[in-house]
Design a protein around this ligand. Structure first.
Ligand code: ADE
Length: 245
């Protein structure tokens, strides 16, 4: 999968893309990221990328010409989404990451200042994505969040162990608790069931804990989750136990 990233600060991406799973994915040629410096597409002496808004008001805007030129220069098919990272966009989530992972190529535009000239949004941008209801100094961190979340869904980027963990979010629930050695840390013991070797009981315990976790922390997810009859039974048990406390 290929990402084209249009940015004023390509150097911001280096450590993220050069570390851990993303670095490995690049080495294995499962992922490539083309960092395109918008400033390289300016044609004025000062390499100016921003300008004052017509009509007045605070803040500067990204000028249209360098962005149009940079996009013209891409080797992209008309089908390739061009995503603008902005707090005004659709909120990013796992379902969107999964949808985007189906593309062979994505182009990301990182905003700065007060935003970008409206003609860029209307003529070039196909999707606007926000990573949450807060305002960052630019679209670079959001672009990295998106790349990371999408890249880990590319087949082969994660080992099979890690993919299994992801399934628990796919099913719309939060994860269950995990434990590793030692069995007893200063009197804090690993739940007995996990040491039992009884895979059926372990599975059921994990599902119940995932339901419990979701009920406590993100009850909104439970409403949308695809729950089996067994899940409903476990949920009823959890609620009963809560009442008894
Ligand atoms: N740019 C600034 N803040 C942002 C956010 N929350 N999401 C996406 N892009 C942004």
């Amino acid at each position: 999968m290929k990402f084209n990233v249009l940015t004023l600060f390509p150097e911001m991406f280096e450590s993220i893309l050069g570390t851990s799973m993303l670095a490995k994915a690049k080495e294995q040629e499962l992922l490539s990221v083309d960092l395109i410096d918008i400033r390289d597409y300016t044609q004025n002496k000062h390499r100016q990328v921003d300008d004052y808004p017509y009509g007045g008001g605070a803040g500067m805007l990204l000028k249209p010409e360098p962005i149009f030129r940079a996009v013209d220069d891409l080797d992209y098919s008309k089908q390739t989404p061009i995503i603008f990272l902005t707090p005004q966009g659709e909120t990013f989530n796992q379902a969107k990451a999964k949808e985007l992972a189906n593309y062979e190529e994505l182009t990301l535009l990182c905003g700065h200042y007060e935003g970008v000239d409206q003609r860029v949004r209307e003529e070039l941008i196909t999707d606007e994505i926000s990573i949450g209801d807060y305002v960052l100094t630019g679209g670079e961190l959001p672009a990295m969040v998106l790349i990371d979340a999408v890249a880990r869904l590319i087949p082969g980027v994660l080992g099979s162990q890690e993919s299994a963990v992801e399934d628990s979010f796919y099913q719309g629930l939060l994860d269950y608790p995990h434990y590793t050695r030692p069995r007893d840390y200063k009197g804090l013991e690993v739940p007995q069931v996990l040491l039992s070797g009884d895979h059926g009981r372990i599975e059921q315990w994990r599902r119940k804990k995932a339901l419990e976790n979701t009920l406590h922390k993100r009850p909104d997810l439970l409403k949308q989750a695809d729950l089996s009859e067994q899940d409903q039974k476990l949920l009823a048990e959890i609620k009963q136990e809560l009442e008894e406390e």
